[in-house]
Design a protein around this ligand. Structure first.
Ligand code: HEC
Length: 294
């Protein structure tokens, strides 16, 4: 059964797309400026022009920003927000966790307040995009936590996601403000992420843009597709259908796998560059995680 579900979902999406007319497909990323800030402006304008029904400050709601039925389901689910338990659990772990040298996780990444809003960022020392969860994982590794105790996609994931949820709540209401420093490697990371968004991959030959740009807001049999803005603001998100908290890298991994592409490993350079691109596009949007999704 496990394998059949995504296949049916995608079959539904593909069937839905066939009958739908794509929004303005004139947007061609290759003709657009390589300067990230000019590119981001054009990218956002594509959505503002094609989807005037979405208010700028509601892009951070995903599909709930424009799909009324989905929004009313969301309101029901939010009567007892399941995220609250995760925030409480995450805070407990964050406050009590000790590295082998007795120090807390904040000794690596800094205090909880506003921490999530500092990520992702490009570090000019190591030339890499840093992601909050990977920095927590590396903090454990560098402090000598035994390999089978280090959090990651395969083990300790619930703890990692809970801490991420708590940290997100500590940046709730802050504005996304991702910088691209004056370093050619930073622009390269952005462009790599942009390439991942527009490149068609996998057996279904879909790009992220095919679903979340050219067919954004369209209904498929079982899903409505959200847009290219607001991909990062609500993460981690509690998914009702899975009954668990999911980090952004997990979601990106899932979206890639569902198009029958062999996904990159979570927290790989590729996914961090993609996160960097998506988060830069989200500049100016308000962080509202941990959010709730169907
Ligand atoms: C075949 C269509 C399809 C493709 C291709 C696709 N996605 Fe998705 N994606 C979905 C559907 C359906 C959902 C669930 C409904 C929604 O939020 O749009 C989703 C959800 C998401 C979410 C969660 C958004 C939220 O608010 O909870 C993110 C983030 C995302 N996709 C990013 C991507 C990225 C990045 C790519 C490219 C690597 C991608 N997707 C490729 C169909 C697709």
């Amino acid at each position: 059964m496990k394998k059949i579900v995504p296949t049916l979902l995608i079959a539904g999406i593909v069937a839905g797309m066939g009958s739908a007319i794509a929004a303005d497909v004139k947007f061609n990323p290759l003709n657009n400026p390589s300067n990230p800030s000019e590119f981001a402006k054009e990218f956002r304008n594509y959505f503002y022009e094609n989807f005037p029904q979405i208010k700028h400050n509601e892009y951070n709601m995903g599909v709930y920003g424009f799909d009324k039925d989905a929004y009313s389901q969301y309101k029901n689910m939010m009567e007892f927000p399941p995220q609250d338990d995760y925030i409480a659990k995450g805070k407990k772990i964050w406050d009590s966790y000790k590295l082998p040298d007795g120090k807390p996780l904040s000794s690596c990444v800094g205090d909880a307040k506003g921490l999530r809003a500092k990520y992702p960022y490009f570090n000019t020392k190591d030339g890499q995009v840093h992601n909050l969860e990977l920095d927590l994982i590396n903090c454990q590794k560098n402090a000598g936590v035994p390999e089978d105790k280090v959090w990651g996609p395969k083990q300790g994931y619930a703890d990692l996601a809970a801490v991420s949820a708590y940290l997100s709540s500590e940046s709730d209401g802050m504005t996304v403000d991702v910088k691209i420093p004056n370093d050619p490697r930073a622009t390269e990371a952005f462009n790599n992420g942009k390439g991942m968004f527009f490149r068609k991959t996998g057996q279904l030959n879909f790009s992220c843009a095919d679903c979340h740009m050219y067919h954004a807001t369209q209904r498929t049999r079982s899903e409505t597709l959200h847009t290219g803005i607001g991909n990062t603001t609500g993460f981690p998100v509690y998914r009702y259908s899975k009954q668990k908290m999911i980090t952004l890298n997990n979601r990106l991994f899932g979206c890639m796998r569902d198009t029958r592409t062999i996904p990159y490993p979570q927290y790989s350079t590729q996914f961090r560059d993609l996160e960097y691109f998506l988060a830069y596009i989200d500049n100016g949007q308000v962080i509202n995680g941990p959010a709730l999704r169907k």
